[in-house]
Design a protein around this ligand. Structure first.
Ligand SMILES: *Cc1c(COP(=O)(O)O)cnc(C)c1O
Length: 385
């Protein structure tokens, strides 16, 4: 398969509506209590394409761009994305110097990282912009409260670095009212208070992700870091659907039906014959499989709009394809099968696939594979309402 000889839209495509992304950014900014917005575009913008999404988010007023890994941030700089940018998932030996020279804020969660970034800054002959990350209770990355004074004092004592930010991350923001939320905000206040008293004057303090941006104004501080909501996907069913949250899904995943055919009753379908036709029927072949990120776990359950009706994956999802029972309907090869999208035409949403696969919608969109071409629509912002 070469991109040159094959029309990328023929088998399957993920349409990425950048107009929807910009609208979501504007909606989220309006709900951020005046805080700045960081567009989180890690993991190739949750499968949507990091460069076009970063550009579109900037058009809609995202002050910051955020990634997990330094390589992701450096790739954005190489593609010409300018302005405030931050990355937070570092490992020893990481590209500190490249990040400093590319003017990327780097997160520091411990003394090993402070040592490495200080050395890199000295070698580069430039001051590094570092943001100290506090573990206020997530229990993942970030500096423990007991180790915070040492890290803060060491950062203040290093002339090679400037502390530009103090930040943390919430564990249960998608469960409003969870007692850990208030506990984390209290811990954050204490760790901010300590650092500021010690002499840190941060440009930005931030802790809110998408669900906190939508439900927890007291968490907004100077900056909110939105990922999933910007892509028009609800952070959790508990918070409501994307539509209820005023968000518009950005990705529409569709494929061309590869084959449809009549089969008799009692016909086994796909590996393992976990589906057997009850009566004479028609089957449609959808040319997307787990290599494309369609969860095998959704075998027998994943929904898809084909020929005007929502059908269910019949039997196993295979590596490259799955089958739907068209119940005798005639659907021509080449007909559009929509796995998920905004729902305007009755198609399922990424949240529906998450339910079918016992996972979260984050995983559904993020895992859509590299074999599925992304096709961008509404790239220009001059027609936005
Ligand atoms: C991924 C991530 C976010 C964005 O989370 P969403 O729930 O998608 O908004 C924010 N902050 C950090 C540290 C992250 O890793």
């Amino acid at each position: 398969m070469t991109a040159k000889t094959q029309n990328p839209a023929v088998r399957a495509r993920a349409e990425i509506d950048l107009g929807a992304l910009r609208a979501n950014v504007r909606t989220l900014r309006a709900r951020s209590s005046g805080a700045q917005l960081m567009a989180v575009v890690k993991a190739d913008a949750y499968g949507h394409g990091a460069v076009p999404c970063a550009r579109a988010a900037r058009q809609a007023g995202a002050a910051w761009i955020g990634t997990a890994t330094p390589d992701e941030a450096l790739a954005l700089r190489a593609a010409g994305i300018e302005g405030p940018m931050m990355c937070w998932l570092w490992t020893p030996g990481g590209p500190w110097r490249e990040a400093i020279e590319a003017d990327i804020d780097v997160s520091v969660s411990g003394m090993w990282a402070l040592r490495e970034v200080t050395e890199a800054a000295r070698a580069a002959g430039r001051t590094a912009r570092i943001q100290l990350k506090a573990d206020t209770g997530l229990g993942r990355n970030g500096c423990q409260p007991a180790d915070w004074p040492e890290l803060v004092h060491a950062a203040l004592a290093a002339p090679e670095v400037t502390v530009t930010g103090l930040w943390s991350h919430l564990a249960c923001a998608d469960e409003p009212g969870h007692p850990s939320i208030a506990a984390q905000l209290t811990a954050f206040e204490e760790m901010l208070g300590f650092a500021e008293k010690a002499g840190v004057t941060p440009e930005v303090r931030h802790i809110a992700n998408s669900p906190a941006t939508l439900t927890l104004p007291e968490s907004h501080y100077d900056l909110v870091r939105t990922g999933i909501a910007m892509y028009g996907v609800s952070p959790s069913p508990e918070l409501g659907t994307a539509r209820e949250l005023g968000l518009r899904p950005v990705m529409t995943l569709s494929a061309s039906v590869a084959l449809s055919k009549h089969v008799p009753a009692g016909h086994g379908v796909s590996y393992g014959h976990h589906y057997v036709t009850e009566r004479e029927t028609t089957l449609g072949l959808v040319p997307l499989g787990y290599a494309d990120g369609i969860p095998r776990h959704a075998s027998g359950r994943g929904p898809v709009l084909v020929g005007g009706k929502v059908r269910t994956a019949a039997g196993r999802v295979a590596m490259d394809q799955f089958v739907v029972d068209l119940e005798g309907d005639t659907v021509e090869p080449g007909a559009r099968a929509v796995l998920f999208g905004p729902g305007d035409e009755g198609e399922p949403t990424a949240e529906d696939w998450a339910r079918a696969a016992d996972t979260i919608a984050y995983e559904i969109v993020t895992r859509i594979g590299a074999r599925v071409p992304r096709v961008y629509t509404h790239e220009r912002d001059d027609e936005d309402a």
